[in-house]
Write a protein of this length. Sequence first.
Length: 237
Amino acid sequence: MTEVQAADIQGRLAAVRQALDAAADRAGRRVELMAVSKTFPAEAVEAAAAAGQRIFGENYAQEGCAKIEALRAAHPELPLVWHFIGPLQSNKTRMVAEHFDWVDSVDRLKIAERLSSQRPETMPDLNIMIEVNIDGEASKSGVAPGALEELLEAVRGLPRLKLRGLMTIPAPAQTHDEQMKPLAAMRALFDRLAPRYGLDVLSMGMSADMLTAVEAGSTMVRVGSAIFGPRHYPGRA
């Protein structure tokens, strides 16, 4: 990565932070920024970390674990926090449990049970968020709102896990009102369940709807392309 590319990432990161801070001030709450670094090299993470970014999200287990190892080896002094935010297959739970600090995309008990049994005893409890399919999209991961409490009850009893919050990825929408509808529904669900289950994080909002999500009640946004630039997926046109 060239110095110009690193400077571009740092400039975009500063702009995102400025917009997020203003939205958080209007909402009257603290909102954390997760930089989603999937498909970008470890050098891109280094550039963002050099500008003070500490929370990173990865969607792919092998890519994310390799990046975590590279950054920990190169910069052991940096207290980076790593979230796994993509769909998680059973055969990838061990590597995720052994590398990540958070798993934000738990949507069924089997995955939570595997993460619990595979989390090394030498590591802190793995922070867990439950992904909710708030729109009921057939092609999207996430537990249905009606089945959420049953899953929360089961997960909070598992050892080596710490239940922290809820995450959602609403269907893309163009207008503010269209964006707000599922986000507001998710906020209402969170407000109802948070006291009962000790939840303190509501993760919703990405590059396109970050500001609306903060307005709706998000406490953590996941921003990728607005920081790192357009993604280029191998094998895709």
